[in-house]
Design a protein. Structure first.
Length: 202
């Protein structure tokens, strides 16, 4: 087995931890945004950098991608990508309760991305007895043209990553977006150790 691949037990453990974190994050977001937030069952898979870049760059109707790095104890680190579609852009101000023209669309995207990313990851970190810090979120410009270049400029180098995809849906506002968590190969071994520790305590 590839050293960066999760065993079945590790995969199931991570899936359960994410499910628990999603439930708690959904409740926190619902109270913060004053509306129900539904998080779909996530997918967990290994992905090559070139494959992910090609997939994201070819997505139709993608308006923007906001990137935010995270890092914690025990070598846990990665990057969160929030992917938005064009038809969601006009709904962010309503969702966040902003007045018309209070913030630019770019600022709204960064605000909602930071809220969605940190709420979920803070809950997840508590599940593994960790604490995360975050880089400032940044809007990746020109998705169709230079997304690959921006992804290559992440604060870590990677050819293979553990990819966790979570879909957020806010039905009252017909709003949805995708969060993609990327854990690079240098951190996969570390998270496997964390999962093994949790499994040993069961």
């Amino acid at each position: 087995m590839n050293e960066f691949c999760l065993t079945e037990d590790q995969h199931d453990c991570l899936q359960e931890l994410i499910n628990i974190a999603m439930g708690q994050a959904s409740d926190q977001l619902a109270r913060y945004l004053d509306t129900f937030v539904y998080l779909k069952v996530p997918s967990i898979e290994s992905v090559e950098a070139k494959v992910l870049m090609k997939t994201l760059s070819q997505q139709k109707n993608t308006m923007a991608v906001v990137s935010q790095g995270f890092f914690g104890y025990e070598g846990i680190r990665g990057e969160a990508l929030l992917v938005y579609q064009k038809d969601n852009s006009s709904r962010i101000a309503d969702l966040l309760g902003y007045e018309p023209d209070e913030l630019s669309q770019d600022e709204q995207l960064i605000d909602i991305s930071s809220i969605l990313t940190t709420t979920f990851l803070n809950v997840f970190a508590r599940q593994i007895n960790n604490q995360l810090s975050y880089n400032a979120p940044k809007l990746l410009p020109n998705v169709q043209g230079i997304l690959s270049e921006n992804l290559q400029q992440m604060p870590f180098s990677w050819n293979l990553a553990l990819k966790i995809s979570i879909n957020y849906q806010v039905t009252d506002y017909s709003f949805n977006c995708n969060m993609i968590l990327l854990i690079p190969e240098t951190a996969i071994t570390n998270i496997k150790h964390v999962l093994d520790r949790i499994l040993a305590e069961l």
